[in-house]
Design a protein around this ligand. Structure first.
Ligand code: SF4
Ligand code: SF4
Length: 338
């Protein structure tokens, strides 16, 4: 995949600067119980890179020092880190919102049988990948059996109150396309998901976040191997929507890798493009240094965040630009009902 890096870094993407930092997104390591084909961090069971305890202990200090309201935990499967629960507890004591990017199947891994109860007790927001509401599509992308386990995981979370009005337990789902297309309209797809998941499985959830696939790592390699990389980049460029520049996630978030180095977002982290600065900017510098107004390192993959309705770790950025999507409907493959 790194063979495409020179192409990605020669870009006409507009320059960006950070607003006030609000969210610390931390990748606790690359170990995961799954090996999904779209995974942009190439996570899997054999990965051994995990954040060390001394760095984990820095995180609550940084949350206080920078007055951050959200800690967003990702991986791999962040729950597999042995200090995951300690970190969640510390952040919650400080009143921070904690997001767990959960693959759902982790809830059934050995040693994680009480994970759902832990998340609920700490009012952790669960953001769970469910790339489709059909067994065939989910298993194709995430591996055999993933759909059934995901459904069981969602039912387990629902039983604890997740996704139910008034529970204070937020359950959001993440959709990403199966192929080299942009996500369809998020609101329409959310209604489809709500109807299908409730009718067939009695599942409820709060929001569906429709996220575009980035042309990097495993998905980028797949595009190259199928000869679709350039077409996908053209699709992202053709659907550029300048309004989304105001709210791309790098404007108020910084991403930290398992070694503590800083990046403007998770995608830049996976491409090895650190935040601008002297040397390799590190988590410990956030104890004393405000990075508001700092320039953001943009490259050609950034068009994945601005295309059509826009895409961020919080889903679509703008509903105003949906018309752009329908104007390019020939590129789209809508999710079909099973
Ligand atoms: S569950 Fe998430 S982190 Fe794990 S392999 Fe799949 S996409 Fe990657
Ligand atoms: S890829 Fe990262 S740096 Fe580029 S626009 Fe998206 S969030 Fe910002």
């Amino acid at each position: 995949m790194h063979a495409t890096l020179p192409l990605l870094q020669h870009t006409q993407f507009p320059p960006l600067r950070r607003n006030a930092l609000e969210i610390l997104q931390v990748n606790l390591g690359y170990k995961c119980n799954m090996s999904c084909v779209h995974c942009h961090v190439n996570a899997g069971p054999s990965r051994t890179e995990m954040m060390e305890r001394s760095l984990i202990e820095l995180i609550p200090e940084v949350l206080i020092a920078r007055n951050l309201h959200t800690l967003d935990l990702t991986g791999g499967a962040p729950e597999l880190h042995e200090d995951f629960r300690w970190l969640v507890g510390e952040a919650r004591k400080q009143g921070c919102k904690v997001i767990d990017r959960c693959n759902l199947t982790i809830l059934f891994e050995p040693g994680q049988e009480d994970l759902a109860e832990f998340l609920a007790a700490n009012q952790v927001e669960v953001v769970a990948s469910l790339p489709c509401y059909s067994l065939e599509n989910v298993d194709k992308q995430r591996g055999k059996g993933a759909f059934d386990k995901s459904i069981l995981g969602l039912q387990k979370l629902n039983a604890l109150g997740y996704g139910k009005p008034g529970s204070g337990l937020t359950l959001n789902l993440v959709y990403n396309p199966q192929d080299a297309s942009l996500p369809p309209n998020q609101a329409t797809l959310q209604a489809d998901y709500q109807r299908e998941l409730f009718e067939h499985f009695g599942i409820v959830f709060d929001q569906l976040l429709a996220i575009a696939n980035m042309p990097i790592q495993r998905f980028g390699s797949m595009l190259i191997s199928k000869g679709k990389f350039n077409d996908y980049m053209c699709l992202l460029h053709e659907n550029f929507a300048a309004a989304n520049l105001e709210t791309v996630m790098c404007r108020n978030l910084v991403s930290v890798d398992w070694q503590g180095y800083l990046y403007d977002c998770d995608f830049n982290q996976q491409l090895g493009l650190p935040t601008p600065g002297q040397g390799r900017p590190h988590l410990k510098e956030l104890l004393h240094h405000d990075i508001r107004d700092q320039a953001i390192r943009v490259a050609d993959h950034c068009y994945g965040c601005t295309a059509g309705q826009g895409s961020s770790c919080g889903g679509a950025i703008s509903s105003k630009n949906n018309q752009l999507i329908t104007n390019h409907s020939s590129h789209l493959q809508m999710v079909t009902l099973k």
